[in-house]
Design a protein around this ligand. Sequence first.
Ligand code: G6P
Length: 610
Amino acid sequence: MCGIVGYVGNRSCLPILIEGLKRLEYRGYDSAGIAVQQNGALLVRKAAGKVRVLEERVKDGKIVAHSGIAHTRWATHGAPNDINAHPHTDCSGKIAVVHNGIIENYGVLKSALLAEGHKFVTETDTEVLAHLIEKHVKRGLKLEQAVGAALRAVEGTYGIAVVSSDEPGVIVGARNGSPLVVGVADGEYFLASDVAPIVGHTRQVVYLDDGEMAVISPDGFHTATINHQPIDKPVHEVEWDLGQIEKGGYDHFMLKEIHDQPASVRDSMRGRLIVDEGLARLGGLNMTPEQMRDIKRIIILACGTSWHAGLIGEYMLEEHARIPVEVEYASEFRYRNPIVDQGTVVLVISQSGETLDTLAAMREARRKGARALGLVNVVGSTIARESDGGVYIHAGPEIGVASTKAFTSQVTVLALLTLVLGRQREMSVEDGLLLARALDAIPGKIERILQREADVDKIVQLYGGHDNFLYLGRGYNFPVALEGALKLKEISYIHAEGYPAAEMKHGPIALIDENMPVVFICTRDAAYDKVMSNMSEVRARKGRIIAIATEGDDAVKERADHVLYVPDTLTCLQPLLSVIPLQLLAYKVAVNRGCDVDQPRNLAKSVTVE
Ligand code: G6P
């Protein structure tokens, strides 16, 4: 989704802003722009398309400035063209605004501003902010006060950065619903929508909360509410370093992150899994053993890939901890009237910790009295801060828009949670030991699958040109089928559907002919024989079968056209292995079709609008 970066300091701001925009590219965007403060005026440049197009446009050497703001836009109101790209300016061209989020009452505000004589040039909701701020500046307010006054009239979500040619070296930022972070260095300050553009310059950051503003200048920074009540905010130290958000020799972030998984899964378990005792320790839950034993029901809230991880969590927690679990799309949960009774705990799963639907669903559940636990990757993110407790999945920064390592880390942490809650209930020491040992062995097994990466190439050559794929699995492998299909459509734009294998005969079987590749996830578990029967049904209709099977299973070769093998493990942990070949398949198909894997069309890494 849209990205913001702002800089004030002694250095030339242009390279810092352009590099910052490049670090924000992963969030998904369709145009970019920049506004710098130079010789008492604002210079604004914008371009539809990639940051490199903007970079070309600013290469003329005319920008020599030390402060400015920049933006990557993901269109919501108005086409993704040069004009609608941010920054947006007021009538005088003295004020420039970049904005993430949506101004919901922009129609009303725009009509009033038009009636007062303001001239609009874009189709965006954001432009009203520039004119509203202008109106208050003309009343004699300083930029900070004018921004506060404008925001008090606004309904909707925003993370903004604003500059004025009348106040050189000053950038005003504010947030409501869309994250904004202040970077604090020696004599220079940054504003950004996440830490990615900041971390190469400083690790000291201040996270703004909703309804707060920050003003940065070369002399320092201060924070206040949008009503101008000063607030002291703690300075946090970011744990990531630059190396973790670079490609490290891989062609794409997605491939790097697929290969990160032996390490990221290990990191998710570090200091938490007690193998010898068949236990796990999750300190961040902030719950006493009694409170944990009192959990009567769990509702998992998430979107996208995190929702798929949630389904696996449901199966694990019900099977081993014997707690009833429901998994809900956050966007659905928040708009119905869900029953959240006493003893219900809400588990909120989000890589970014900023997905608006997930955040809003969590707030709704808390309003109804539920305790909310967050399973989040990004440290300091809004869900992490607003939940009552939780577990960081510690997958490290995930830049690829198609989530890979966050998924396996989410499933890993759900397995740890299953151990914690299960051992308090009916899970025996023996079963705890089995689960703990199996978990401990997962990183090594992922490594083994990655060593056979080339096995996927032949399948890519044969089927990479097809327009439709079906993914089928049962039990724990059903969510894996959903996730495999999602990966393929996200980055290769091939239509792919995930289905419970047994449901195939209730509809999708009609699609099967020699042009339909069907990916079966048929590792050895209780449902194996049934899945093999489903495979025969596909074969009888000439469907082409790609099977993900357990090492040593030769029988599967009789029914499948191609087999990708994964090591054996406990059934409940199988998704951690069977998803890996599917991630590789999606990646390689997308590359083969010439798709931009790290910046897939229309998608955003972190979806901060409804
Ligand atoms: C976006 C991303 C998906 C992700 C989903 C939920 O749609 O493109 O990869 O699964 O949001 O994101 P979250 O950060 O809440 O896990």
